[in-house]
Design a protein around this ligand. Sequence first.
Ligand SMILES: [Zn+2]
Length: 88
Amino acid sequence: MSGSKIPPLPPECLEVLKHVWDYLDDQLTDETTERLRAHIAECQGCFQYKSFQENFLEAVSTLRLRPGASPELREKVLGTLRTEGFAR
Ligand SMILES: [Zn+2]
């Protein structure tokens, strides 16, 4: 934990990055959820990240729920997820 000149993201932001899926899934303890929510409310970067993930989750679940969604479209979305490094 020493010798690095470029400071990493603040721990609060790292926590959001790490737990955003669980946060959106409501899988965290009340305390953690509250802490992340408070941070996201005041951190522009985390807010954008959270919104992006939220939209993506929504898009994915829409695809899952719609039987008529084409496999190509599905693949495209999932491929984007992987490319962006957001796959779980
Ligand atoms: Zn942040």
